[in-house]
Design a protein around this ligand. Sequence first.
Ligand SMILES: [Fe+2]
Length: 230
Amino acid sequence: MKFDAIEPGVYPELIYPPYKSTVKRGPRQPLLRIRAEQPVRDNLVPSPRILLPNDTDLTAHGNGQPLGEKIVVTGRVVDEDGQPVRNSLLEVWQCNAAGRYWHKKDQHDAPLDPNFYGLGKMMTDNDGRYRFVTIKPGPYPWGNHDKAWRPAHIHFSLFGNVYAQRLVTQMYFPSDPLFDYDPIFQSIPDLAARQRLISRYSLEHTDSDKMLGYEFDIVLRGRDATPFGI
Ligand SMILES: [Fe+2]
């Protein structure tokens, strides 16, 4: 598979046997190029009108504070030249501090938190920056192999400036001991590209004694592109 404007090894292997489900779902035929002019021309642009008041504060969705470590996550969405991708829609989703998703398919032995659903959305500003407040997610088992636990992560979906540009990725936290054992993280061949999925602690964005700050920039194309498709 070839991705224009992406260096080799940046995108994950689509069939990566240690990540078992990719063997069944990974494409075995050459991919077809789909022309994007139609949705661009139809101007299917995400609108700020879909945003709700607490979409950028995932700790404010219940009647009280959720359990766990409150954090703020921020960063810029930029193109290959470092230019901001403005007014672009981001969605985030994650499990709670105990490692459980608010989803009927997640039945593993960890508690739900009645004050945390784990969904947020936001638009980038004029500098391409996004920001949201949440709880640091926990690791969770996923059954891929014996002792398979995902490193703590937040899922990101980026819509760019039109829906047809949608890209999906995951953000991780520094120094997670599970990186070496996670075939999803390891399915990205290039070590430097993998490292670009790891957020960094930010003293600047740490909010006094309220919450720790993490910074995660997303580069859409080029030499420093953020891996997508995981
Ligand atoms: Fe996940």
